[in-house]
Ligand binder design. Sequence first.
Ligand code: FPP
Length: 237
Amino acid sequence: MTETNLPKHVAIIMDGNGRWAKKNALSVMLGHRKGVETLREIIRYSSNISIKVLSLYAFSTENWSRPKAEVNALMKLIVEYFTSEIDELDQNHVKIRILGDVDGLPPSAAEACRNAVNRTEHNKGLQLNIALNYGARDEILRGVNSLMMERCSGSKPFKEIVWEDFSNQLYTKGQPDVDLLIRTSGEQRLSNFLLCQCAYAEMVFPEVLWPEFTVDEYRKALQQYAGRERRFGGRTS
Ligand code: FPP
C-alpha cells in the first residue's frame, strides 16, 4: 500500500463514542467498545502504510471527572485491550509508548501498560503512543519542574534552557512533532492534547463519530493533509 506525502506523526482525538452509543440506544460503554474496533483498524492501516508515529488520546487527566462506573469500565477495557491485542501488535513490530502518568492509573491498568511497553520495546515498526492519564499542561509542568530540579540540584550546569532541553522532557522525547491532528465528531478543539507537539500540526475535523471512522475516512484525512501547503512560518515564494 502506498500513499503519497504521508505525515510522519498522526495524532487522533477519538471523539464521539458517547454520542454514537446514544444514537444507537446503547450504553456508553458499548460506544467505547465499538471505539476499540475502530482503533484496531486504524492502527493496522497506519502500520501497513508505514506511518512512523501514531498517537491516540484514550484517557485524559480531565476524564477522571466522568461517572465512576464509566471510568472503571474504561480502565477494564484498557486491560482487556492490551491482553487481547498484544500478540498481533508485537507480531506487526508495533512499539508501544504510554504518554501520561502511568503511576496514577489503577494497578491492573498500570501493569497492563508496563507489560505492553516492555514486550514491544525492541520493535522497529509503527511507534504507537497511547495517551492515558495524559494532559498537556501536566506534561509541561512536569518538564519545567524536572529542569528546575536538575539545575537547582547542580546535577546539570545552571544555564539557559533551550527548546531541545525542554522537548527532551516531554513524553514524546525523540519523536517527530505531530504533522496531522485528526479529531472526529466535528468538534474543533485540542482539549489539552499534545499542545507542544502540535505547534505546526495540520488539523482535520471529520464530522463522523469515532465508532464510524473507517479506513476510508482516514484515507480522506491523509489526502487532505497531502494537499496542504506547510510553511512553518516561512514563505514558499
Ligand atoms: C471520547 O468519546 C472518547 C474517550 C474519552 C475514550 C476513548 C477510548 C477508547 C476509544 C477506548 C479505550 C482505549 C484503549 C486504548 C483500549 P466521548 O465518550 O467523549 O464521546 P462523546 O463526546 O460523544 O460523549
